[in-house]
Design a protein around this ligand. Structure first.
Ligand code: EPZ
Length: 425
């Protein structure tokens, strides 16, 4: 009988009372894009404030497979991208992390060719890359998808600047086209571009390397191509989703905590919604947020996820955990991904009262949740279940921890640092 591989289980003791300050790491969704963008540099570059995450590790392995020489110490990585030995990312690495698709733009504009496995869908949706492909084709790339591999090449040897209109303000597609355009011939205009802070961070990183990018953060981004990008050093912005997750940890346990460094403007929609619920949120300093929960004082709200500066889809599951114990009815509408309500079933196992109809969840607040064995289905759902476990009566056992480890840098250590009791068996 083959011994079943024991998967780790996270035990979370409920009715936690948190206090103190939680440090916020560099942003996962910026770090991954910056690491792909490093391929644009002919001299290599250094990225600081990298979070310690499985996904960053995987992106590093993908870069190494392309011939990049990597030197890593703590949160700092030096990427020597002077000579790339391959334009083919291995399937077994790409299939584990969709963000690896971001390398297609840089590879195409650096080498004139790229062969990237089509990133599979994931729990939250089909995750197509048609907008990435359309943008590259508009710039003169020939793209053919066969046997699950995206074969891209630019016949003239160099991409041509183009005017690209995005049917949806896709973060990834905006980043792919922006990176490809930095080395293209002439000017590229991206209309209906994503405005997420991570897009701005990527643009600032590329500008550090000599790229000419204007308007990042607005709906229209203009990129003037240059022959090559030089080296540089760049520091990743703080992770607004990690910060938002800890803000809700403070609120759901009715605790008094501070968190930082953060950039408060990146959290506008969440701060407004938490205040509407009845959580006391103050900007203590330009980089520190203070959250004071208030026992039994939370009211249900309506929220609809949408592209930045709207309410972030990556905070939807975490907010739902808080709304399960907020008085009255709440309505959450998930408009960004087609299947991002899987945490509902698990929260109901913990005593929450939630009904879903398509992409809408109706939550009726209950007095308290009760600890139970639950299963994480995706990254942010796993975070929501940790938050629910901190607030529930009794102990919660969370499985599917690989989701959590992908996106949260030392979450157990940080929560224990705030006084929570949780341990992995
Ligand atoms: C980025 O994913 C983030 N990931 C996601 O974070 C985040 O939820 C998402 O942006 C939205 O903010 C990284 O940055 C690594 P999109 P991305 O392209 O770029 C559709 C997390 O939890 N679409 O803005 O893949 C797509 O199906 C992760 O940290 C197309 O139709 O998101 C979705 O419905 C989850 N065609 C919508 O756009 C395309 O070519 C938004 O996707 C591309 C996207």
């Amino acid at each position: 009988m083959v011994a079943e591989k024991q998967e780790a289980v996270l035990h979370i003791v409920g009715k936690a009372r948190l206090q103190g300050h939680v440090p916020i790491s560099g942003a996962k969704n910026s770090a991954l894009a910056l690491m792909a963008g490093a391929l644009l540099s002919s001299e290599g570059c250094t990225i600081e404030n990298l979070p310690c995450l499985m996904d960053v590790q995987r992106m590093e392995e993908i870069l190494v497979s392309l011939g990049v020489k990597v030197q890593r110490e703590a949160g700092r990585i030096h990427l020597d991208t002077t000579c790339l030995s391959s334009a083919q990312a291995p399937y077994e690495l790409v299939s584990q992390m969709r963000a690896s698709f971001f390398i297609i733009g840089p590879l195409l504009s650096r080498l004139g060719i790229a062969q990237i496995p089509l990133p599979g869908g994931c729990a939250i949706g089909a995750r197509p890359v048609d907008l990435h492909v359309k943008g590259l084709q508009a710039m003169g790339a020939e793209v053919e998808i066969s046997h699950g591999i995206v074969h891209a090449s630019c016949p003239g040897g160099r991409l041509q600047g183009a005017k690209v209109y995005l049917d949806y303000p896709s973060v990834g597609a905006t980043e792919t086209i922006m990176m490809a355009a930095t080395l293209a011939e002439g000017e590229t205009v991206i209309q209906n571009a994503a405005q997420e802070p991570e897009v701005v961070d990527l643009a600032n990183f590329c500008r550090t390397l000599g790229a000419k990018i204007y308007g990042a953060g607005s709906k229209t981004i203009v990129i003037v191509g240059v022959p090559q990008l030089h080296g540089g050093t760049y520091r990743v912005i703080p992770d607004r989703i990690e910060a938002g997750t800890y803000m809700i940890a403070g609120a759901i346990t009715c605790s008094d905590i501070t968190l930082g460094p953060v950039i408060p403007e990146h959290l506008g929609a969440l701060i407004a919604k938490l205040r509407e619920i009845g959580v006391q949120v103050t900007i203590e300093t330009p980089t520190v947020i203070h959250v004071q929960g208030r026992e039994g004082k939370y009211r249900g709200v309506e929220v609809e996820t949408s592209p930045f500066p709207g309410f972030p889809t990556d905070m939807q599951a975490q907010l739902m955990a808080l709304l399960t114990i907020s008085e009255g009815n709440s309505v959450i509408t998930e408009t960004v991904f087609e299947n991002r309500l899987q945490h509902v079933a698990e929260l109901c196992r913990m005593g929450a009262n939630i009904r879903t109809k398509g992409n809408v969840a109706i939550i009726t607040g209950v007095e308290s949740l009760s600890g139970a064995p639950v299963m994480a289905t995706d990254l942010r759902a796993s975070a929501a279940l940790v938050l629910a476990g901190l607030a529930a009566e009794g102990e919660t056992q969370l499985r599917g921890l690989h989701h959590l480890d992908r996106g949260y840098d030392r979450i157990e250590e940080k929560l224990r640092g705030l006084g929570a009791t949780l341990y992995r068996v």
